[in-house]
Design a protein around this ligand. Structure first.
Ligand SMILES: [Mn+2]
Length: 459
């Protein structure tokens, strides 16, 4: 095996393992947040909640004899959630303290008020670092005597919950040989903004062996970094955008300051997005389409689930799916009708249970288009042909696209009001979203025009 210079002078792996300080690093928990999924309606928030994920993290820390648990802020979702969060936090803190595991936290923008209040109600159980935009540190001692210094910065108090300063302004590190790990709630590499923008290059220039951040909920791939610096991610996905495995990170800080990271995906629920090709659905009526949707979606979920099961481990209880219908479909009109008439019933019928894991559909988004030959239709002289030419201009980004977007942009409040597209649920915030909505809406109308032309054609 090839070994580079630094590896060749390192002690053998076994010694590494024994000499490591073990930290369980927990990103944004947001205690008090209700997960907006039908799976929660089904199983209850005692089973699927940030609090469940927190309990599991505490269990993991105790079972794996870590030396400290670090919380990177946004432990509590909101000041009003602190009463609900208190017993959960107290229970975890007491169990960790009984196991002689230190609990260290910094405050985030969500709990800048709530966390310090909670800590005064839990005296001696949690060490809060860097209160109100300062830096402070605490030394964690490993089982065999080696030490790591945790250096932390909490989001500062302010009237509007904003802070535009750089957390590293005024940052100094104690001058000793103890390896150091940073912990803060900030906006990594943001060019500005209200959530403590901090340049990665400035963190890199410090002597920190690793630096863990809260704020952005998507976890960075910390295990791939030789010097881990980045977001821990939310402890459990908090909404449908927070897909993929979620959980805390086990950080092992070796005596020379080398850090190895392992993601522990212990969140009780996982959010996923699944694309279904509407081209595979054939239907003559809305009822046919509903049945076909139920069977195609259920089959696809089961297949996808079987594939992801090995990596889910035994802590997962539910998967919440968002379904996106894609492709070109000859049954587009029946599908649209089925979703309009029976959307909730269709989604409910797609649920299931597989190996004690429940799964169900939160939303079906129709991004499919009718299987029409737009190019052929565009050759005509009627209204359908004019519309088809506009679709082609948008799809191919022809020079004509700009004028179409400009006209639509001026009229879009009126169009949205008229329900130009049934699933317009997102803000039309730029030309790209406008273009996508126009294409979808135009296909809807074109499909109807073509159907009308066909029924009016001389027999
Ligand atoms: Mn957060």
């Amino acid at each position: 095996m090839y070994r580079n210079h630094s590896e060749s002078v390192s002690p053998p792996d076994l010694e590494y393992i024994i000499m490591a300080v073990k930290l369980l690093c927990v990103g944004d928990i947001h205690l008090g947040r209700v997960l907006p999924s039908p799976m929660v309606d089904k199983l209850g928030s005692a089973v699927l909640s940030p609090a469940t994920a927190w309990e599991r993290a505490v269990e993991f820390a105790i079972d794996n004899e870590v030396d400290a648990v670090l919380l990177a802020g946004d432990v509590v979702d909101d000041i009003r959630d602190r009463f609900e969060a208190l017993p959960k936090l107290r229970d975890g803190a007491e169990r960790l303290s009984a196991a002689e595991i230190k609990l260290v936290a910094v405050a985030g923008n969500h709990d800048v008020e709530a966390l310090p209040r909670l800590l005064t109600l839990l005296p001696g159980k949690i060490t809060l670092l860097g209160e109100n935009g300062t830096w402070s540190d605490v030394v964690v001692q490993g089982k065999s005597g080696e030490r790591v210094r945790i250096v932390g910065w909490s989001f500062p108090h302010s009237k509007d919950g904003h802070y535009s300063g750089n957390p590293l302004d005024g940052f100094t590190l104690p001058d000793d040989a103890v390896p150091m790990v940073g912990l803060l709630h900030a906006d990594l590499n943001a060019s500005g903004g209200f959530y403590a923008p901090v340049p990665r290059s400035e963190i890199n220039a410090t002597r920190l062996s690793a630096c863990f951040l809260g704020h952005i909920h998507r976890p960075d791939d910390l295990s791939a970094m030789s010097r881990p610096l980045g977001y821990l991610g939310s402890l459990c996905g908090l909404d449908a955008t927070e897909t993929g495995p979620r959980g805390p990170w086990l950080a092992e800080i070796h005596s020379g300051g080398k850090v190895s990271m392992t993601h522990i995906p212990l969140s009780p629920m996982r959010w996923e997005v699944l694309e279904i090709d509407a081209g595979d659905i054939s239907a003559d009526s809305a009822e046919d389409a509903a049945d076909a949707l139920i069977s195609n979606i259920s089959e696809a979920m089961a297949a996808e689930f079987a594939e992801m099961k090995p990596e889910l481990g035994d802590t997962i209880r539910a998967v919440s799916w968002d379904i996106a219908l894609t492709g070109r479909s000859k049954a587009h009109h029946p599908i649209v009708e089925a979703l309009e008439n029976d959307g909730p019933g269709i989604m409910e019928s797609c649920g299931g249970n597989f190996d004690d894991v429940d799964f169900g559909v939160r939303k079906i988004k129709d991004r499919s288009t009718p299987a029409l030959s737009v190019a052929d239709i565009a050759k005509g002289v009627d209204a359908a042909a004019i519309l088809a030419r506009k679709i082609l201009a948008l799809e191919n980004r022809d020079p004509g696209m700009k004028a179409i977007l400009e006209t639509a942009g001026k009229n879009i409040p009126a169009l949205a009001y008229a329900g130009v597209r049934r699933d317009v649920d997102a803000e039309i915030k730029d030309d790209e979203t406008l273009r996508a909505h126009l294409i979808a809406a135009a296909y809807d109308v074109l499909e109807r025009l073509v159907a009308e032309n066909a029924s009016e054609a001389p027999k």
